[in-house]
Design a protein around this ligand. Structure first.
Ligand code: ADP
Ligand code: UDP
Length: 237
């Protein structure tokens, strides 16, 4: 499978067309951004970690009954995926308070929830990805009621699978962001990535952050954190 034209360059990945109209190739960069692109930098080796980790997790999720866009890993940074129409929602699941949740509701980070929460934001960089509820999503025709129900069902299932998976590797899954897409035949599948860019991972013993918060918050040790979480995931294979 060969890349043809570049369809899109995002903040962390490039997307290319292929000779098959139903497939594209995603290429993961080392570029890092935070705060809707305001903070920019490079995390050396991030593209490799995010590509390989996403693919391993998507294959695990497929086995557990969650359909994904994954088709074939080509090399360290590039993967063939099903071309989808991305549903313009960022789906965020939280198990523990952190980040914007702690800020919005004026609580400390680290409060363990009795049940996971779900929230949606409207995937629109120009508007700063504003929060929205299911009714807003329906009003904006971002998805149908049935599609939203499917997305919620998959998102909670993904949380159950990944929470257990990471705990066995000595890592707490605090929160994460998912994107879903619609294939040519109208099926909802998990798309985009699952990586330290899109999840919060805390070491179960030390509480050390093993994710992009080290970059967002200028904590140092960013590359090492990506390497460490990747090492655990590859050990768990
Ligand atoms: P951003 O657009 O936020 O800067 P990226 O740099 O990660 O993000 O760019 C990748 C883009 O590709 C995202 O907009 C994402 O929604 C989109 N995408 C992810 N998976 C697929 C897919 N299977 N088919 C088409 N587009 C996809
Ligand atoms: N997240 C993401 N992309 C976004 C916003 C959030 O991948 O555009 C992830 C983030 O890495 C974290 C979770 O979603 O794992 C919840 O993020 P939060 O709402 O707390 O926002 P943040 O503190 O990152 O601004």
């Amino acid at each position: 499978m060969e890349k043809t034209v570049q369809l899109y360059e995002g903040k962390a990945k490039k997307v290319y067309a292929t000779s098959d109209e139903n497939l594209c190739i995603v290429s993961y960069k080392d570029d890092a951004t935070a705060f809707n692109g305001l903070k920019k930098g490079t995390i050396v080796g991030k593209g490799v970690v995010n590509n390989r980790m996403t693919n391993m997790l998507m294959q695990l999720l497929e086995k557990k009954g969650v359909p994904t866009h994954f088709v074939e890993e080509l090399n360290d940074r590039e993967t063939v995926v099903k071309k989808v129409k991305i549903v313009a929602l960022e789906v965020i699941i939280r198990n523990v308070s952190a980040g914007s949740f702690a800020k919005h509701y004026g609580v400390e980070e680290g409060i363990v929830f009795d049940e996971p929460t779900i929230e949606f934001s409207y995937k629109n960089d120009d508007l700063g990805d504003p929060l929205l509820n299911e009714y807003h999503a329906l009003a904006l025709k971002v998805a149908t009621r049935e599609e939203i129900d499917t997305i919620k069902k998959y998102a909670f299932k993904i949380n159950e699978v990944l929470k257990d998976y990471f705990l066995a590797l000595g890592v707490r899954l605090i929160d994460f962001k998912l994107e879903f897409g619609k294939t040519a035949d109208g099926k909802i599948v998990l798309a985009d990535e699952i990586s330290p860019d899109t999840c919060r991972f805390w070491d179960a013993k030390t509480g050390e952050k093993l994710d992009k918060d080290r970059f967002r918050r200028d904590m140092g040790g960013v590359e090492d954190a990506y390497k460490e979480i990747f090492k655990r995931v590859t050990q768990g294979e």
